[in-house]
Design a protein around this ligand. Sequence first.
Ligand SMILES: C[S@@+](CC[C@H](N)C(=O)[O-])C[C@H]1O[C@@H](n2cnc3c(N)ncnc32)[C@H](O)[C@@H]1O
Length: 313
Amino acid sequence: MKLYKTRAIQNTPFKKVLKHIKLNNLVIKDYDEKKRYSIDEIKNKVILGDALKVLKKIDDEVFDMVFIDPPYFLQLPNKKLKRWHVRTNVDRVNDDWDKFSSFQEYDEFITSLLTEVKRVMKPNATIWVIGTYHNIFRIGKIMQDLGYWILNDVMWIKTNPMPNWLGVRFTNATETLIWAVKDKNVKNYTFNREYARKFGIGKIGANVWVLPICQGSERLKNEDGKRLHSTQKPIELLKRVILVSTKEGDLILDPLAGTGTTGYVAKALNRDFVMIEINEKYVRGIMERFKKPLKIGEDSNPESEKIKKYLGL
Ligand SMILES: C[S@@+](CC[C@H](N)C(=O)[O-])C[C@H]1O[C@@H](n2cnc3c(N)ncnc32)[C@H](O)[C@@H]1O
């Protein structure tokens, strides 16, 4: 099926758009007059819309697991960053969706999102939130203030981080995943210990995952051959998250879907999903991506030799 063009969809009367998207069977476009979504209606769908509005239309306590990869609020200067020696531009996250006017505005967005998400989580559901030093400490505080109970943080060490061009700080090679339940009293959440041990490092399977950032043919490209999304997460990362914390048939929510990595991996692992994404160009990317179903091996451990060498093991 030919994909619709961004401008075309913006200028097309709503009914026509809906008809067009319905043909695709994967995407639903949210609209203000729509007041409620049943789970049957949105299971294994991507909702094109604002997560803060869409979540309000979903019933209480329906999801088994939530994965959130929020804007980082990097606050990069407007000037282009040049590589020190070759003087070419460094490709970095400078998207409109990552811009907020202040920490207060950012915190309000995260608080509203996590409040609604908590409501739609089943009583024994778990939630993962990923971030860097720019945002993860704020998010952790907000989660605790909202009553979430943090079970672990998992440190993701990147084997191919963005090089440290200026040499004025450490090379930033990590992201942190917070893993939590709705409150302190939740005990019967899903934790597949054998996977946690397998993916973690060392004999004890510690809470450190070593894997590359999304690269090569896995990275979605736009019409110009450039990366479609600046922060597409690796399939291997979502595979670990899903295998550790869900069972087959579970329903997973990703309210800030980007390129749809969460749902794409969920399907390959026989889980169901609901994804929400506000940006049409990424939703078109998800539609393209899903045309080629993912085959995924539970045992794959990419670049294991390279990783051992990297860690000096
Ligand atoms: C860090 S990216 C997620 C990347 C994703 N994990 C992937 O693998 O591609 C955050 C995404 O949230 C989306 N977003 C930001 N605000 C949103 C909102 N209010 N509702 C829905 N999506 C939103 C952005 O368009 C962006 O694609």
